[in-house]
Every structure is written in structure tokens, then in C-alpha cells.
Write a protein that binds this ligand. Structure first.
Ligand SMILES: [Zn+2]
Length: 343
């Protein structure tokens, strides 16, 4: 147990093969699931014939030294804790997924046959480095809070942003998104957009619920929601832009969407979300989360002056009704997946 981590020590899930092969594709954020996964074009992973291909989390941590080992350890514990929380919350009948860190590139025939990827989440080491090395705005510059924010100066952005990416992947498993795939493992763009959005929103919801469960004595609810947004924003915003526009919405729109989702979630997890913003507290949350979002973007652009603002993409998506369209597709699909809670 490492000081400062809320929660408890976790055992590392072991690899378990399921009878049903999973064929969903790489979400391009962090994790390569499929043969020929897109990670190789997304992260610059060095190959080495001497490196083990994939390591379980404990073995991976043993390869690290010093500060990185300590930081990665807390990050992995946070992530495993969140994965376990999702697993028990959804009362999944399946085993916990194995989580492995890939130290080499996923090549064309890389991660393996569909059977070998069943219930397995592979995280490129470069994504671990991406999270641990993220430069970010100071919390006081983007979050409006009456709480003492000093506790949050630890690399929570890395811990929570990393956990969100893995939670996104695990949502694909938990919600059986693979059932929408064609027999050859492909998926229509429309279905991809809808399932990616579902994974994004549910992963953001679980980050908030985690903070709510373990950090409510540290900060008030409004601060915790902003911490969730700030963390995911920073890790996702600083990823290279990808070109899979047909299957994924732009990251700008995804982040805006996740900010709205955070506002809709009621404080009591047993209460249904408020997507129509009919409650005054939802409107209040929308206001401070939107403000946090804008401050994050401004701070990001001041640290990365050569990057384009996300504003035009977000405005275009609002004008074109993109999220409404994708949301309607998901509403239809969601009848077929299990346990669509939080939606
Ligand atoms: Zn995905």
C-alpha cells in the first residue's frame, strides 16, 4: 500500500480465457485489443526482440525503478481499484479481465488470434509514459472550489486519466459491445461512434463515482466532478490527434460530451441521470463544469501554443446535431446490451 492512495491493495487479475472471442477494435486511446491494432501508428513504440511482449501489471512494475516505479504503482493500483469497482458494480458474470502492459509494438499479427484476446486488456507502455509525463495546468488555475486543493497536487491527473482510458476499454467488455460486430469482426461506423461514446461516458461516470466513494471527505461534490473532468481532459487532450474520424468523434467533442455527462449524473448513484437538465442542480453543474472545461482548454493552449483550439469542432458538432444523432443510435443499441445503468 502506498501512502496517499485511497483504497486498498489489490491482487492483479490473472489472464482468463473466455469461450466467446472478442473482436472489438482498438479505441485508439490507449489499448490495443486487435491484431494489427492502431497503436503502432498512434504511439511510437520501440520494438525489441529481447523484450517480453506483454507483462502483467506486477511484473511490469518490477521493471521500473525509483520515482517512476512509485508513481506507476499508485497509478496501477488506482486503475485496478476502479476496474474492480466496475466489475462488482455491474455484477459481471465473467472473470475480471487480465490487464497487461505491452512493451513492444502490436504488429500486424501482433496481439494474437481473437481467442487470445478474450477478456484481455493490453496497454502500451507508451501510454503509461504519456500519463506519467503529462504536463498540466495547476489545479487552482482551472478549478473553482472552496475546498483546500493541496491534496490534489499529487499526480492525480495521471492516475485518473489512465484509469479512465482503461475503464473505457473495460466498458466495451462489460457492455458486450462486440455483439454488434459483423462475423468478420468489423463494425459499421455508426455503431462504432455509438459504442465509443457509450464507453467514454460510462468511463467518465465511474471516475466520478470512484472519487465520490473515496475522496468525499477531502473535497465537496462540485470539486470532485471538476477533478474528474480536469484529469480526463488533460490526458485525452494531450494525445496525438487521430484520423479515425469515421469511427470516433473528435476528442474535442468527446470531452465536451463527457463534461455534459458529469453534469447530468445525480449525486445519489441510485437516482437516474438528468439528461434534460430539468433540475436546477444540473444547470448549476453544467455552468461550473463548462467553465472548468474552457479554463482547461485555455491553459492547454497556453502550454501548447502551436496546437489548434477545439472550439470550432465543438461548435460544428453542436450545430450539426452530431451528439443527438449518435445518442439516438446508442438508445437503439442499448436495448441489446446488458445492464445499461448510468444511461
Ligand atoms: Zn473504445
Amino acid at each position: 500500500m502506498i501512502a496517499g492512495l485511497p483504497g486498498r491493495s489489490l491482487t492483479v487479475p490473472q489472464f482468463v480465457r473466455r469461450s466467446k472471442p472478442l473482436t472489438f477494435h482498438d479505441c485508439r486511446l490507449a489499448v490495443s485489443h486487435a491484431p494489427g491494432g492502431l497503436v503502432s501508428s498512434f504511439f511510437d513504440i520501440q520494438t525489441s526482440a529481447d523484450s517480453p511482449r506483454e507483462l502483467d501489471v506486477s511484473s511490469y512494475l518490477e521493471t521500473l525503478r525509483g520515482f517512476k516505479r512509485a508513481s506507476a504503482g499508485v497509478m496501477m493500483q488506482t486503475m485496478l481499484h476502479i476496474v474492480e469497482m466496475m466489475h462488482s458494480g455491474h455484477r459481471s458474470p465473467d472473470d475480471l479481465p487480465a490487464i497487461r502492459i505491452s512493451q513492444i509494438c502490436a504488429s500486424k499479427d501482433g496481439i494474437g488470434s481473437p481467442a487470445a484476446i478474450a477478456n484481455l486488456i493490453v496497454i502500451p507502455e507508451t501510454f503509461v509514459d504519456h500519463c506519467l509525463g503529462a504536463d498540466f495546468a495547476t489545479i487552482e488555475s482551472v478549478i473553482a472550489s472552496d475546498s483546500d486543493l493541496r491534496w490534489w497536487r499529487y499526480p492525480w491527473i495521471a492516475y485518473l486519466g489512465f484509469s479512465w482510458a482503461v475503464a473505457h476499454e473495460y466498458m466495451h467488455l462489460l457492455r458486450s459491445h462486440w455483439i454488434f460486430d459483423a462475423p468478420d469482426g468489423t463494425r459499421t461506423d455508426e455503431v462504432s461512434l455509438a459504442t465509443e461514446r457509450d464507453a467514454d461516458l460510462c468511463a467518465m461516470a465511474i471516475i466520478y463515482r470512484y472519487l465520490q466513494r473515496y475522496c468525499v471527505r477531502v473535497s465537496d461534490d462540485a470539486t470532485l466532478r471538476q477533478i474528474a473532468l480536469y484529469s480526463v481532459f488533460w490526458i485525452a487532450r494531450s494525445l496525438p490527434r487521430h484520423s479515425a474520424a469515421a469511427t470516433h468523434l473528435p476528442m474535442s467533442v468527446r470531452l465536451q460530451d463527457m463534461a455534459s455527462k458529469l453534469a447530468m449524473l445525480r449525486e445519489d448513484p441510485n437516482d437516474p441521470p438528468d439528461p434534460g437538465a430539468e433540475l436546477p442542480e444540473t444547470l448549476e453543474r453544467m455552468a461550473y463544469l463548462q467553465s472548468c472545461f474552457v479554463k482547461c482548454e485555455k491553459a492547454y493552449l497556453s502550454l501548447h501554443p502551436n496546437e489548434e483550439s477545439m472550439k470550432a469542432e465543438v461548435m460544428a458538432a453542436i450545430e450539426n446535431g452530431t451528439l443527438d444523432r449518435v445518442g439516438k443510435t446508442w438508445d437503439e443499441l442499448s436495448q441489446l446490451v446488458r445492464d445499461p445503468r448510468e444511461r
